[in-house]
Design a protein around this ligand. Structure first.
Ligand code: 13P
Length: 257
């Protein structure tokens, strides 16, 4: 583990209800310590953002799962970074693999979304990761770097450094098959070394989260790797107990265990 502050982020995907949101916020308010040495963020669907922002404990950050590449206009069904910032969001996911696959988001489109987030003061969490086929054909580094390079080309290293990166191997998402801590570290280290070619300070400072079947039982091992700065959690962020179990592992590590 590095001296970067760990971030435990819950991506709720298309799950939940208003009742779920209220219960989660009450549970997190009770269970999370008021002073934490790590950050916690949740990412509900758009229509639940308002409820989260209005009821969340102060120390919890709130983000959206997507944003438009446009400022405003005739773009039915989309939500802009300006609107998210206006509502009180802190962060936003860009380029989640489910959107890259199901909504055919290209690296260039994701880069535009990253830029839009920064334009409105939101912290973008850029998700990258390879499919099983790509891993099996030794393309992991190429795929991951192309996803980051597109953002770098558009916004430059300084602006990239204002975001968070999340390495989420597609084959580990929702499958119960976690990358081993060594597999995660290998890719995180690769990303950091590539960034160092552009800016050493930023490469050391930027947070790189791991996502893909992360849970209480494997979080400690993953987060204790040198280049893993926390987790982007799907399934295990959907109950307060499971999510808190991961937060507790982050807490142990940030206390220097
Ligand atoms: P799971 O934790 O359910 O594998 O999901 C990971 C993810 O996609 C978070 O964005």
């Amino acid at each position: 583990m590095s001296d970067r502050k760990l971030l435990v982020a819950g991506n709720w995907k298309m799950h939940g209800s208003l009742t779920f949101v209220k219960e989660m916020m009450t549970s997190l308010a009770t269970m999370l310590p008021s002073k934490m040495n790590y950050d916690v963020a949740v990412f509900p669907v758009y229509i639940h953002l308002h409820e989260v922002i209005n009821t969340k404990p102060e120390q919890v950050l709130c983000g959206a799962q997507n944003l438009s590449e446009y400022d405003d206009g005739a773009v039915t069904g989309e939500v802009s970074g300006k609107m998210l910032a206006d509502l009180g969001c802190n962060m936003v996911l860009v380029g989640h693999s489910e959107r890259r696959v199901m909504n055919r988001e290209s690296n260039e489109e994701v880069a535009k979304k990253f830029a839009q987030a920064l334009k409105y003061g939101l912290t973008p969490v850029l998700c990258v990761g390879e499919s099983l086929l790509e891993r099996q054909s030794n393309q992991t580094f190429d795929v991951v770097w192309a996803q980051i390079q597109a953002v770098l080309d558009l916004v430059g290293i300084e602006q990239l450094g204002l975001g968070v990166l999340a390495y989420e191997p597609v084959w580990a998402i929702g499958t119960g098959e976690t990358a081993t801590a060594e597999q995660a570290q290998e890719v995180h280290q690769f990303i950091r070394s590539q960034l160092a070619l552009n800016d050493d300070t930023i490469s050391r400072r930027i947070r790189i989260l791991y996502g893909g079947s992360c849970k209480g039982s494997n979080a400690y091992e993953l987060f204790s790797m040198q280049d893993v700065d926390g987790g982007l959690i799907g399934g295990a962020s959907l109950t307060a107990q499971d999510f808190m179990a991961i937060c507790q592992e982050a807490d142990k590590l940030s206390q220097g265990d």
